[in-house]
Design a protein around this ligand. Structure first.
Ligand code: APR
Length: 228
């Protein structure tokens, strides 16, 4: 029976693909006011500003590629049952070939009705003011904004409860409920945390690999290979 590896990823895993993280130096939140571009109130106040912010990020997806860290997680699927729970809204896990990806904070390549959160569709163009759903409501990015519910959190908790091994890659662990997911892994689960500026230290079940995603996943594969 293949062991179950659950991988929690954040913006750091896509940094080496050229996508800015949020809170690092020169991060996205340095150039933009979170309250303006990532809250329902901001969208209410200035929808064009918000639509343009996500249009730019969606366009950027066409210019970037999955990196070796994304690909190493696909390689793991040969010997393990791998579930990825990502805070990222990019599609690099899927484009690398990962089979099981849960997006906690939404997806840039999807939009939805601003009135009916279940009216979701794939979208690869720019979204404009006046682009409405069939019921005539403005369409918005399918992104979980600050202050909004995280619809996939229960599913993610259940997945973590079944982890034999937990891997955390490239997240500052500042945003909840995502940052609390590691607590749902069974008590004796080995946890590997890959981040060049880790938010938590090694100890107990936790082994910190203070490296970039691409370097750290090489170490991870070696450790898992050695542990067999
Ligand atoms: N490899 C691995 N990790 C990296 C790399 C890299 N090359 N470069 C930076 N990092 C790490 C940083 O050290 C930091 O710990 O990635 C983390 C990025 O943290 P944040 O920018 O806070 O991103 P994240 O944790 O994913 O943010 C969570 O916050 O803004 C909201 O909804 C947004 O999903 C996002 C959530």
């Amino acid at each position: 029976m293949k062991k179950h590896i659950v991988v929690l990823t954040g913006a750091g895993i896509s940094a080496e693909s050229g996508i800015k993280t949020f809170r690092d130096a020169d991060g996205l939140w340095e150039g933009h006011d979170v309250m303006e571009v990532a809250t329902p109130e901001g969208f209410e106040r200035n929808p064009e500003l918000v639509l343009d912010f996500y249009n730019q990020r969606r366009r950027q997806l066409n210019e970037v590629e999955p990196n070796q860290a994304h690909k190493d997680l696909v390689t793991l699927e040969r010997d393990y049952n791998v579930s990825i729970i990502t805070q990222n809204v990019d599609d690099l896990h899927e484009r690398a070939g990962s089979s099981n990806v849960i997006h906690l904070h939404g997806e840039l390549r999807k939009i939805r009705s601003s009135k009916n959160e279940n009216d979701i569709k794939v979208w690869n163009e720019d979204l404009h003011l006046g682009d409405n759903c069939k019921q005539g409501h403005q369409l918005r990015p399918h992104i979980v904004w600050f202050g909004e519910a995280v619809p996939m959190i229960e599913t993610a908790m259940d997945v973590c409860k079944q982890a034999d091994i937990l891997v955390i890659i490239g997240t500052s662990m500042q945003v909840y409920p995502a940052a609390g997911l590691m607590d749902y892994a069974p008590a004796d689960t080995p946890i590997f945390y890959i981040d060049p500026k880790p938010a938590i230290g090694s100890g107990g079940q936790i082994k910190v690999i203070p490296k970039s995603a691409t370097e750290g996943t090489v170490d991870l594969l070696n450790i898992l290979h050695k542990n067999g």
